[in-house]
Design a protein around this ligand. Structure first.
Ligand SMILES: [Zn+2]
Length: 339
């Protein structure tokens, strides 16, 4: 999310948060937060953890924000909370020798939990492990986690965030109690975007469409800096194939591959829709350009490219050579329109 501004309140999380807090006294050993992308599952996990660790919660069971526990929580050093996420480059660097960045949650990270869940809690209350996202578990770390889930220690509660529940091991899913996190309706999302980003109706609709309906992504795109990046990416993609691969790669390869690949996937999906005579969904403002391109596109190559690009998106977060990767993708894209 944008570093420029903290995430505003997400009113649609009230219902699932209340559902969790109502069970405060009979809290399951493991909760699995499940719902569509970009609705705030991570934010909900954090709010729930804060409320459960708060020592003087409000009448509604929310975190008071003033007690000692809330203070530690806000500073990220509550002794009865552990966050388990993939280690990014920055954290690895800060942690010094022996800690490597990875897109996986490593087995070592799960093993380290043993020391945390094996002793008494510091504040005599409950202790919480926040696992986000569980999709980052690899086979080894998922198996190690399973052991911890199978032999629950008293007062330990796992809050597990799933990006795509379908890809999680069934053995883990079956040991968690599911909490459905529904997003806002499109009307609620638009009203929220207008309020939190001071947009007019048209602006809110454009960003929500560009974000594929995900409110948090739309909110992040509507940030000046993020929005400019998105517009630039779209501009470059829309000018292909007339602008050559090299000139386009000059611009795109400056950004993280995952960023422009995601925009390109959406662009190609809209091309496919226009090819079938349907209106563009994500890039409504580019409809005329998409229609023109769709007429030039070779239908089979377009479908094949879309599938190939989906596979590439898996490696897009860590391409070995960002520039080469970009050129390769753009050359494949050009082929859709080659005579
Ligand atoms: Zn508190």
């Amino acid at each position: 999310m944008s570093a420029a501004m903290p995430l505003p309140d997400l009113p649609w999380l009230d219902a699932p948060l209340d559902a969790i807090l109502r069970r405060r006294d009979t809290l399951p050993h493991a909760l699995l937060l499940d719902g569509p992308p970009g609705v705030g599952k991570s934010a909900l996990a954090t709010q729930a953890a804060a409320a459960l660790l708060c020592e003087t919660p409000t009448a509604e069971g929310r975190a008071c924000g003033h007690c000692l526990a809330c203070g530690w929580f806000a500073q990220g050093n509550h002794p009865d909370l552990r966050r388990v996420s993939p280690i990014d480059e920055e954290t690895a660097e800060r942690s010094g020798a022996g800690v490597k960045a990875s897109k996986d949650i490593r087995i070592q990270q799960i093993r380290e939990l043993a020391g945390f869940v094996g002793v008494g809690t510091h504040r005599g209350g409950r202790r919480i492990v926040l696992l986000d996202p569980a999709d980052a578990l690899n086979l080894e770390s998922a198996n190690a986690l399973l052991k911890t889930l199978e032999e629950p220690t008293p007062s330990t509660h796992f809050i597990v965030v799933a990006r795509r529940r379908q890809t999680l091991p069934a053995t883990i899913v079956s040991r968690c109690v599911r909490v459905d996190v529904a997003g806002p309706t499109p009307e609620q999302a638009l009203a929220w975007l207008r309020r939190t980003r001071s947009l007019d109706a048209e602006g809110a609709e454009l960003w929500l469409a560009a974000a594929g309906g995900s409110p948090l992504r739309a909110w992040s795109l509507a940030d000046d800096e993020q929005g400019a990046v998105h517009r630039k990416t779209l501009e470059v993609l829309a000018r292909l194939p007339e602008t050559g691969v090299a000139a386009s790669a000059d611009v795109l390869a400056l950004r993280p591959a995952a960023e422009w690949v995601e925009v390109m996937q959406a662009w190609v999906a809209d091309l496919g829709r226009c090819r079938l005579g349907a209106p563009a969904r994500r890039f409504v403002s580019q409809h005329a350009r998409l229609e023109r391109l769709a007429r030039q596109a070779h239908p089979e190559r377009l479908a094949r490219f879309a599938g190939w690009l989906d596979q590439q998106s898996a490696v897009a977060s860590h391409p070995l050579n960002a520039r080469l990767f970009c050129e390769r993708v753009l050359m494949q894209y050009e082929q859709i329109f080659a005579a």
